[in-house]
Design a binder for this molecule. Sequence first.
Ligand code: RAM
Length: 328
Amino acid sequence: MKLLKILATTTAVAVLLAAPAYAQTRIALVVKSLGNGFFDAANKGAQEAAAELGDVEVIYTGPTAATAEAQIEVVNSLIAQQVDAIAISANDPDALVPALQKAMERGIKVISWDSGVAPEGRQLHLNPSDIGLIGETIIKLAADYLPEGGDVAILSAASTATNQNAWIEAAKAVIPEKFPNINLVSVVYGDDDSVKSTDEAKGLIASYPDLKAIIAPTTVGVVAAAQVVTDQGLIGKINVTGLALPSEFKQFIDNGASQAVALWNPIDLGYAAVMLANDLVEGGEAAPGATLSMGRMGELTLDDTNSGAMAPPFTFDKSNIEEFSKIY
Ligand code: RAM
């Protein structure tokens, strides 16, 4: 009798130990590529959201190079792991659709954030800020320091990146009316790779002797361009601007290679993406006009493509980059 009781108790304890303490929701935060400080900051916010929710685990993952092919492999492995949700910043709007559709067929909730997937490959998309506003901001950042106008070039990320391509289109659309003396001479692609971005920046400088500004709407490209301008002794001749992470870019505001750059808060963006994915896991519906929770970031109201924007970007210059560089 006594032995039976001991056995029963031991078995119960063993079962308790084997079972998870509580049901966990696993949300994969898939980024364009690992090793990018912007995405590391987003992961900080994602982990913060997981801690706040309590029963959520965030799996931070992505390929080493920013390509759609490599992201498809990551997605397939997450399907095999039966995660509850995938929140992806995509290297291509279309190439990932079949893999993500397979995920959705298996009951996995799918959202894109930062860099979007075509509507048929995800349930909703979270833009960091309004696309038109970012497009106008990146041109204005250059134009503000070019009263006479002049030649500018764009150094982008991957040529297929949804977010950069949308911002560049918006930038081109706003130039004729609002910035008529800005002459966009070229758009080149550094693939969010430091070496390629450096080569592309050097190429622009060699090809366009009258270049007055390089606009890089990528945190990787903007650092590479500013380093090239610094190394080639072109500070004061070519102003580097675009979207930059203050912690990585402060040195180039300090040395004058750049007058000002912009960005939204990447920590908030990762946080908001996890909150939205979790809302879907908990039964939230993504549909035009629907409102979903972004936790402390408020609510996201979806437009007719099931997209919404988080918040306006901030501008960083000599007056404030020091303060922000300590945060992200
Ligand atoms: C790079 C990535 C990312 C983009 C930022 C501004 O880190 O391309 O997608 O949002 O720059």
